[in-house]
Design a protein. Structure first.
Lengths: 230, 416
């Protein structure tokens, strides 16, 4: 059974009096434990699509099903609960909370969203810190970490709730090529270990080379679907 | 909501937190100080009356005989009849009453200001018993006299002497320094009330302008329920007429003419302005902080925070700031109150209440009661100010939290 099913999805934005179509009837399916990327030029609809999968936005028409739930039909509260349980996010700008340490940044979705007991939190956070190679940086705040280290922490944060899908919007855009490669390798490793589906948006060719399934978007339409080289 | 995160946020944005707390605390301090000053002036205005154990003094102005011989009443205090006294006693809210007779006695070789007092009535001039310098206080039922020490020195009157007043001899049993006791209801000779009443009743000159019977008086001291003083004063005027001099703490407050004593409305308006400034400062700094954290809150929402989680987080942060501002505001107010406590205030005593005839030396001089401003912060005011600060903080946080919680993560998390 597919983990993500998009059926004839459209998304329009209103800009003043104008209606701007961002997605114009897109359909696709993504299997569990996939390593998928949406590529395309700026404005092609990559981020919009990730927002719809991540239940951060609702489609104008069509149906988006994630882990069996019609995410477009969830109300705000249900959407928040769904994201907390099923979706992990990795951002281009890392978006770690500046006041918290690396450890606390990974811990807070468990503490503040899922209310997991302290021992279980410690076990999960410690395991992930080791898995992303940041165990020795646990006590540092984001401003004391490099870009690559921040993104490792962000990956651990995205995975700590054991989500079914991790959505990564341009995850390597702010990293140098060597660090970007290391981060992608890390995500792949985590996919292999945890069987979590990773979905990216990118126009980084090096990342494109690493993915297994590639969806190419152009002007809000799915131009092609192919197997990557990863 | 997580307290560790709340405190980390507050300490991370130290500058903003300090400005926000400081802004609100200054408003709270102003609010407390304004109210404390108002209370202090009110307390000070009570002082002249408190000295004679009363909340209200009552006199009735009238005429002075053309010829100042023998016993006469001052023009500011003529007869209050026994019937009128009974009517006044029946006014609701009165808890005690003292009576006195104030006389000017012009004997051929000396002028006396005589006050006839109820020796053991705690309401009225019996406070004098604490200011005996020599000898003893008046004993019940005995026709004896106390003499003001300065007057006694001036006229070489000694303890044990007999003084002749309006043709009646009185042994001097005590010398008294009433200048430390009170500015009102003072004289240079003190007699039992019944003696002064007898002198007044026997004075044809006095009777010619102000008929006086045996149990009448010309000064009343009244203790009343604090919340009914104004009503009692109005009722007394209803009995004695609008021209009656009814002195209350409120009337002394008016005489003070102080900015803070003008009215409750001024204190209320100034307090409200102080609080509005405090709220604006707190709101502006907290709003700036929240706006800067839009992206952070977007991340929180993306990982599963609900509107309620966001609101509760900001509410907790602002309530803590409000509490800290309240405490700091109280500390500032405490320091200001300490400094204000060194201020002295001169409370003018109306000429009507001055016992000295204006035509005698010093009689026309303005009379003041000078005292240190009695500044203190009541616990109830401190608690209210703290609560107010927490409420302002809480409301600000709830309002901002409600507003910011509506942001869409998809909008704030777009690449810059």
């Amino acid at each position: 059974m597919s983990l993500v099913v998009a059926e004839d999805i459209t998304k329009d934005y209103r800009v003043g009096e104008m209606i701007v179509p961002a997605l114009r009837g897109i359909s696709f399916e993504i299997e569990p434990a996939s390593f998928v990327s949406f590529v395309g030029p700026s404005g092609s609809g990559k981020t919009t699509l990730l927002n719809l999968i991540g239940c951060l936005d609702a489609p104008t028409s069509g149906r988006m099903t994630v882990a069996g739930a019609d995410v477009g039909a969830l109300d705000r509260k249900e959407g928040a609960a769904f994201r907390g349980a099923n979706i992990g996010f990795i951002f281009q700008d890392f978006n770690l909370l500046p006041v918290l340490t690396a450890y606390e940044n990974i811990e807070y979705p468990l503490l503040m969203v899922q209310n997991i007991p302290v021992e279980e939190r410690r076990r999960r956070v410690t395991a992930l810190l080791e898995a992303v190679g940041m165990a020795d940086q646990a006590g540092k705040r984001p401003d004391q970490l490099s870009g690559g280290q921040k993104q490792r922490v962000a990956i651990a944060r995205a995975l700590v709730t054991s989500p079914k899908v991790v959505l990564a919007d341009e995850p390597t855009a702010n990293l140098d090529s060597k660090t970007a490669h290391t981060v992608v390798e890390l995500m792949k490793k985590m996919r292999d270990e945890l069987q979590t589906t990773f979905i990216f948006s990118t126009h980084d060719q090096k990342l494109v080379d690493e993915v297994e399934i590639l969806f190419r978007l152009e002007d809000g339409l799915l131009a092609s679907r192919g197997n990557g080289e990863g | 909501m997580n307290l560790r995160y709340v405190f980390k946020e507050l300490t991370h944005q130290k500058r903003r937190t300090v400005i926000s707390v400081l802004g609100l605390s200054i408003g709270i301090a102003l609010f407390v100080i304004l109210n404390v000053l108002s209370l202090a002036y009110r307390e000070a205005a009570r002082a002249p009356l408190k000295e004679v154990g009363a909340d209200i003094t009552v006199q009735r102005p009238g005429n002075v005989p053309q010829e100042l011989t023998g016993a006469v009443f001052p023009c500011s205090a003529v007869t209050i009849s026994e019937e009128e006294i009974e009517d006044i006693k029946a006014i609701p809210g009165i808890r005690g009453m003292g009576k006195a007779v104030l006389l000017w006695i012009f004997d051929p070789n000396r002028a006396w200001i005589v006050l006839g007092i109820e020796q053991n009535n705690p309401v009225g001039p019996s406070i004098l018993k604490n200011f005996i310098m020599e000898g003893r206080y008046l004993e019940t039922g005995k026709p004896e006299a106390l003499v003001e020490a300065a007057y006694a020195r001036q006229f070489s009157i000694r303890l044990g002497d007999n003084v002749n007043v309006a043709g009646r001899p009185y042994p001097v049993v005590g010398l008294i320094d009433a200048s430390h006791a009170s500015k009102i209801a003072v004289a240079n000779l003190y007699l039992p009330l019944s003696e002064a009443q007898a002198i007044a009743a026997a004075s044809k000159n006095l009777q010619s302008v102000s008929p006086f019977a045996g149990e009448d008086v010309n000064l009343l001291f009244i203790r009343a329920d604090q919340d009914r003083i104004t009503a009692v004063a109005a009722a007394i005027k209803g009995i004695l007429g609008e021209k009656a001099t009814v002195a209350t703490p409120e009337s002394f407050l008016k005489l003070l003419g102080s900015l803070f004593a003008l009215s409750d409305k001024f204190t209320l308006a100034a307090s409200i302005i102080a609080m509005i400034i405090a709220i604006l400062i707190a709101f502006k700094t907290m709003a700036g902080n929240v706006a800067e954290r839009a992206r952070e809150i977007g991340v929180m929402k993306a990982v599963g925070w609900t509107h309620r989680n966001v609101t509760m987080q900001l509410l907790a942060e602002s309530v803590i700031q409000g509490f800290a501002a309240g405490l700091l505001g109280l500390l500032i107010a405490l320091a200001a109150a300490f400094a204000l406590g060194f201020m002295t205030v001169n409370i003018p005593i109306p000429w009507e209440m001055s016992p000295t005839p204006h035509f005698l030396p010093g009689g026309g001089d303005p009379l003041f009661k000078t005292l240190r401003l009695p500044v203190h912060i009541p616990l109830s005011l401190a608690a209210f100010a703290l609560l107010l600060s927490v409420i302002i903080g809480g409301l600000t946080g709830a309002l901002l939290g409600r507003h910011i919680s509506k942001i869409k993560p998809s909008e704030v998390l777009r690449h810059e």
